[in-house]
Design a protein. Structure first.
Length: 114
């Protein structure tokens, strides 16, 4: 059974940084695209960034220049380095991965507040 295990969330002050990690396990299939979505209270889930198995990246306009997504294919792990965090980045962040199908992580809270 495929599992996506997220880590690295928490509370940070505005202007601070966090790095989220998501490790995929439990499948014989190769991990293709991996990415991050987020959902703030009262809002729809939105794409943050994704990275393909070949390394192509795509970012939401709201995070361009502040967030960097990268992956370690040997570890089936995707990361997102989040810098210059703003209060509006506060949300539950969800990892997403495409193997034989699409899979979601359980979500991890990121709170940006002074």
């Amino acid at each position: 059974q495929v599992q996506l295990v997220e880590s690295g969330g928490g509370l940070v002050q505005p202007g601070g940084s966090l790095r989220l990690s998501c490790a995929a396990s439990g499948s014989a299939f190769s991990v293709n695209t991996m990415g991050w979505y987020r959902q703030a209270p009262g809002k729809q889930r939105e794409l943050v960034a994704f990275i393909t198995s070949g390394g192509s990246r795509n970012y939401a306009d709201s995070v361009k220049g502040r967030f960097t997504i990268y992956r370690d294919n040997a570890k089936n792990t995707v990361y997102v380095q989040m810098n210059s965090l703003k209060p509006e980045d506060t949300a539950v962040y969800y990892c997403y991965a495409i193997l034989d199908s699409g899979y979601w992580g359980q979500g991890i809270q990121v709170t940006v507040s002074s």
